[in-house]
Design a protein around this ligand. Sequence first.
Ligand SMILES: Nc1ncnc2c1ncn2[C@@H]1O[C@H](COP(=O)(O)OP(=O)(O)OP(=O)(O)O)[C@@H](O)[C@H]1O
Ligand SMILES: [Mg+2]
Length: 257
Amino acid sequence: MTATIIAIANQKGGVGKTTTAVNLSFALHQAGYPTAVLDFDPQAHATKSLGVDTPSAVASIYDVLMEPDHYPMDAALVQSVYGPWCIPASIHLAKAEMQLVQSLRREMLLRKRLATLSAGLRYILIDCPPSLGLLTVNALVAADAVIVPLQCELLALEGLRDLLNTIRDVSADLNPDLTLQGILLTMFNRRAATCRKVTSTIRETFGARVFNQPIPRYEELVKMLDNGPVGHYHPGHPAAADYSAVAQEVIADAQAE
Ligand SMILES: Nc1ncnc2c1ncn2[C@@H]1O[C@H](COP(=O)(O)OP(=O)(O)OP(=O)(O)O)[C@@H](O)[C@H]1O
Ligand SMILES: [Mg+2]
């Protein structure tokens, strides 16, 4: 079986993309589905959170993208100490956006490279950077589905329109199979009126394309950069259970197809 590739995208910064990529990968992996996080953000927070030391990795996603003759895709895959695999980012990825502009079929490069990955993974989660530039477009072209983490605040809705337009353009021109896996409500706070309002608007508009399970605001998740997935360092914490519930929704979706 080939891996299902899920881009975790939102051009708005700090909405929980990386937190979701890392904790969802852990939950999927723990549920018995070999999963990798492809870190597509030069900040490399997913790589760090998975405890992967970039210099010691054989190659980063930048290397396999920009120097395919020297670095086979498999050379960039490392298993994290927490279980999930990681295709690490490095700071060089910041240059990629500019370099890609000059490439032929510049939107297709990641898709082409991922097709050469031979490992038996079930899921690959792409942690996108906070922009709608060429890196995110490459991720959307390579992906089967998109998860959009959405912070429960009014401004979130404005950015969502641009993101959905980009997803629509990519699926019209470059990747007709791309689907919206779901909008994941993050930093959810049931007691805040704004949050309740955003949630009901989103659920009315997107119906079944919103994950049933929201992710509340948990202090415990902020420690991820140093401690790794919450399911590892605090297995009994509700954040771990919530990300497991999201994982079960992802798994159930695949089974329903
Ligand atoms: N559910 C949550 N509860 C509390 N804090 C959270 C939650 N999700 C994420 N955070 C915190 O919010 C900050 C931003 O989260 P994260 O890095 O996952 O967002 P991001 O969308 O990947 O950001 P960027 O756009 O910079 O890549 C981090 O400090 C993270 O620990
Ligand atoms: Mg991030």
